[in-house]
Design a protein. Structure first.
Length: 181
C-alpha cells in the first residue's frame, strides 16, 4: 500500500524537475522572442545614426511616412536633437510625436546605444533601439516597432508551458501510482 509519505517522497522530486524544466523552457523561448524583436531596429538605428552623423537632413531620412502607433505594426524612426526633443518623426501617437523618458537619452549619450521596451501610452508597447550620433547636429535616433505580435506569441507560449507542466505533474503522479512506489 502506498502511503502519503512515500508518494510525496517519490513525487516531489519529479514536480521539482518538471517545474525547473518548464521554467527554463519558458525563459529561454520568451527571451529569444523578446530579444529577436529588436533585430530590425538595431540595423535601422545604426544605419540611420551613421547617415545622420554625415549631415543628412533628418526629414529627408524619414520621408513623409506617418505611422500611427495605436494601429500599425510597422517599424518607425524618430530623430531627436541633443536635448531629446523630436525634430523628425514617422511615429504619431494621439496627434503628437512621442518621446521616451529623459533618462533614456542620458543613458544613451553615455553608452552610445540603448535597447528598451517603451510604453509611450498604456497598452502601446514598443521594442525600441536608441542610438546617439555626433556630427554637425548631434542627437539621437530611435528605431522602434510594436511588440503586439511578439507579446501575443509570448502569451501563447505561457499557455503551452503551463499546460505542459500540468501534464508532466499529473503524468508523473499517475506513473508513480501505477508503479506502486
Amino acid at each position: 500500500m502506498i502511503t502519503i509519505k512515500s508518494l510525496l517522497r517519490a513525487w516531489l522530486p519529479l514536480i521539482f524537475i518538471s517545474t525547473l524544466l518548464s521554467g527554463l523552457i519558458y525563459l529561454t523561448v520568451q527571451q529569444d522572442l523578446r530579444q529577436g524583436a529588436n533585430d530590425p531596429q538595431i540595423q535601422i538605428a545604426q544605419d540611420s545614426a551613421e547617415i545622420l552623423q554625415n549631415s543628412k537632413n533628418p526629414q529627408d531620412l524619414i520621408g513623409q511616412t506617418q505611422i500611427n502607433l495605436t494601429k500599425s505594426l510597422a517599424p518607425f524612426i524618430i530623430i531627436y536633437d541633443e536635448e531629446g526633443k523630436p525634430i523628425a518623426s514617422q511615429a504619431v501617437l494621439d496627434g503628437r510625436n512621442p518621446a521616451p523618458p529623459k533618462g533614456v537619452f542620458d543613458y544613451t549619450k553615455t553608452h552610445h546605444e540603448d535597447r528598451v521596451t517603451w510604453e509611450p501610452k498604456k497598452g502601446i508597447r514598443v521594442a525600441a533601439v536608441i542610438e546617439h550620433f555626433e556630427g554637425a547636429h548631434p542627437g539621437f535616433v530611435l528605431a522602434g516597432r510594436s511588440l503586439k505580435e511578439v507579446e501575443s506569441r509570448i502569451d501563447n507560449l505561457t499557455k503551452y508551458v503551463v499546460i505542459g507542466w500540468i501534464a508532466a505533474v499529473i503524468g508523473s503522479l499517475v506513473i508513480i501510482l501505477l508503479l506502486g512506489v
